[in-house]
Write a protein that binds this ligand. Sequence first.
Ligand SMILES: NC(=O)c1ccc[n+]([C@@H]2O[C@H](COP(=O)([O-])OP(=O)(O)OC[C@H]3O[C@@H](n4cnc5c(N)ncnc54)[C@H](OP(=O)(O)O)[C@@H]3O)[C@@H](O)[C@H]2O)c1
Length: 284
Amino acid sequence: MERRGFLDKVVPFQPVFLNREKLGRRIEGKTVLITGASSGIGQRLALLLSEFKVHLVVVARREDRLLALKREVEAKAARVSVFAADLRDEEQMGRLLDFLHRLPDGVDIVVSNAGHSIHRSIADSLDRFHDFTRTMGINFFAPVRLMLALAPMLARKRGHIVNVSTVSVLLAPVPHWAAYLASKGAFDAWIRSAGPELAGMGISVSSVYLPLVRTPMIEPTAAYRQAPAMSPDHAARVIARSFYDGKRAYKPWWLVFGQLASLLLGHRMAMFMPKRRSGGGGEG
Ligand SMILES: NC(=O)c1ccc[n+]([C@@H]2O[C@H](COP(=O)([O-])OP(=O)(O)OC[C@H]3O[C@@H](n4cnc5c(N)ncnc54)[C@H](OP(=O)(O)O)[C@@H]3O)[C@@H](O)[C@H]2O)c1
């Protein structure tokens, strides 16, 4: 999905120069698990990696979309295994973990990307406790379970975990995003705490803190249609670069200004957020 608004072109997102040779050396002959590969950033990442001789394991609920992705990717150099699963469902997650543990060569790189966002005021959430359990389910509990189950294998293979996160967890929380921000923030805290322990086991961890990215996730939020957003291909390049650049975090260049504003204005940062145009909430 590459629809771009005027501001996407004028607001600079620092370019990402991918060294394809280094990337190829890092991933060829390896297995890369991408959760949330049926759309948006995960799908674009799979397509970016398709020109390399790599085994991609792509996971999401919508099997038809994963199969279409497999056809597109396998027309190039990569090999694809499709695993359709709702990662919030314990049994389906268990089946995915069995599948991954039975792979003859195991998994080398895990891109924890599947996610769900909800834009809804607390006033509209009073009878919607399930919004909080389902965002925690996919944005926190699912990646924690995946990491715990795969850590021994990743340790043996000196593997790599990439956490696809959002800059919002590094800024003052803004109203209407409590379910999303709490769940993304929870996993960010988990991985920052677990990171040194995982590193001690031989597993490297990177977090990519993305700004707004123009994917189906932001479509329901009308106010974001004109807001500047990174393209999903750009975000995919950021993730692919993290496979070999050895950096623990990717953050946009302007983050320091956002953090300063956060410090000075706290929750009043919301005044810089696009205004909601309608009642109810948006999900993606
Ligand atoms: N878009 C942004 O502005 C933005 C900014 C910062 C960070 N991020 C992060 O980037 C990641 C990817 O988001 P995106 O923007 O590419 O959104 P997207 O296009 O909506 O993709 C989300 C992916 O997650 C999968 N998914 C959602 N719930 C799932 C579940 N219960 N089980 C398995 N898979 C599930 C979806 O597949 P199915 O529906 O087929 O299951 C889809 O493939 C998310 O972690 C998000 O928090 C996005």
